[in-house]
Design a binder for this molecule. Structure first.
Ligand code: DSN
Length: 432
């Protein structure tokens, strides 16, 4: 058991087996490097709101329009979350009820499209998300998705191919263009997407799941607007638990004209009762994100990501697109070791206490289950106060583990070093 414990005595008395597992997870999260680009450590305040009595309340509907009684306080909670989010994204409308980013995307499609409509989105193998039309996902089965990708490898390559987006838009005349990605490290210029959409009369949805925190901190352009302040994306969806550092969940912001349709599509169209405890935790996270210290935090996230990308390059890895503008780094393992797959690398790094995920790189010769790449993110370790100096150590540990992957003793030695490094940078749930 960890010397710290967040598992209260009731939990421990009622279900010691599960309490023990939570203790083990506390230990894992605090003694290994958390480098999954879609994860973060929330504040204790966010965790406490998630665990609050609001979990007991049914509140189908929206503030002031509920189906059940007893919602006068919940209405205030949800309104607080909505108003804070509107402020954060300078949005006319916000919906804080999506249980996840996937649900947020589904609700927007349900609100603004009809089954069979054509949608243009980034292909999964180029950095897009499952809900952007993958054939194994509802999106690919209900709508006619056409995929765009990135430019070829080379100087200034592997960035979104707007020329091909334009050609595909002219050819297929989509009802909607989806921008946003899950494994793409560069800023996506919404101006270009809006221009193309206007020319063919399509809507724009921006999936900002990864970069929501950077947007809130104003170090990534707010996709609701173009650089001259006119309308950018019609709708922006995102998750609240990645760079935004809130509880697991989703949210949608939009211009006023889509608000009613989106609300109706999410409830009663798609979801049931909202998770008001999670919505309260979202409200806490939005308040935290409105503070000046959140801006400083996000600046450090990007500084750390740039440093980690550079150090990984120095260790012989090729960084896709040659760097990053965000919290995320996509690494091509082929330059480091042509025989090493993403799957194998992820497993080796797990043994060394370095948690990241395998990921396809653009044009990957291997399947999505095996891959030739790894994806890293700096949001969580920056929350734990790691800086540029530690990023250099992280790159060394990654490279050394993968080079010595057949040597169990060496992996064990690195695991110990990783552990002592992490103990110097405890996550917020251990800071009293
Ligand atoms: N959003 C995905 C990720 O980036 O990890 C998970 O679906």
């Amino acid at each position: 058991m960890s010397e710290y414990s967040l598992v209260g005595s009731h939990f421990r008395d009622v279900d010691p087996e599960l309490a023990h597992l939570v203790d083990e997870e506390i230990e894992r999260q605090s003694t290994s490097l958390q480098l999954i680009a879609s994860e973060n450590f929330t504040s204790l305040a966010v965790m406490e709101a998630t665990a609050s009595v609001l979990t007991n309340k049914y509140s189908e509907g929206y503030p002031g329009k509920r189906y059940y009684g007893g919602n006068s306080i919940v209405d205030k909670v949800e309104t607080l979350a909505i108003e804070r989010l509107k402020l954060l994204f300078k949005a006319a409308h916000a919906n804080v009820q999506p249980h996840s980013g996937a649900n947020a995307n589904a609700a927007v499609y349900f609100a603004l499209l009809k089954p069979g409509d054509t949608v243009l989105a980034m292909r999964l193998d180029q950095g897009g998300h499952l809900t952007h039309g993958s054939p194994v996902n509802f999106s690919g089965q209900l709508y006619n998705f056409v995929g765009y990708g990135v430019t070829p490898k080379g100087v200034d390559g592997e960035v979104i191919d707007f020329d091909s987006m334009y050609d595909l838009a002219k050819k297929h005349r989509p009802k909607m263009i989806v921008a946003g990605a899950t494994a793409y490290s560069r800023i996506i210029e919404v101006d270009r997407v809006r221009e193309i959409a206007d020319e063919v009369g399509s809507l724009v949805m921006f999936d900002a799941a990864h970069v929501a925190g950077l947007i809130a901190a104003e170090i990534y352009p707010n996709p609701l607007f173009t650089t001259d302040g006119s309308k950018g994306a019609d709708v922006v969806t995102f998750t609240t638990h990645k760079t935004l550092r809130g509880p697991r969940g989703g949210a949608i912001v939009s211009h006023e004209e889509y608000g009613q349709k989106i609300d109706k599509a999410l409830f009663p169209g798609f979801q049931g009762g909202p998770l008001e405890n999670t919505i309260a935790a979202k409200a806490v996270a939005f308040l935290e994100a409105l503070s000046p210290s959140f801006k400083e935090y996000q600046q450090k996230v990007v500084e750390n990501a740039k440093a980690l990308a550079k150090e990984l390059e120095a260790q012989g890895f090729r960084v896709v697109s040659g760097g990053t503008d965000t919290h995320l780094i996509l690494v091509d393992l082929q330059s480091f070791d042509i025989d090493l797959s993403g799957k194998q690398a992820q497993e080796v790094l797990d043994r060394a206490g370095i948690t990241c995920n395998r990921n396809q790189i653009p044009g990957d010769p291997r399947s999505p289950f095996v891959t030739s790449g790894l994806r890293f993110g700096t949001a969580a370790m920056t929350t734990a106060n790691m800086g540029v100096r530690e990023m250099s150590l992280v790159a060394e540990y990654v490279a050394a583990s993968l080079r010595k992957r057949e040597d169990d003793r060496e992996i064990e030695r690195i695991r110990k070093e990783v552990r002592s490094l992490c103990l110097k940078f405890p996550p917020p749930f251990l800071v009293r």
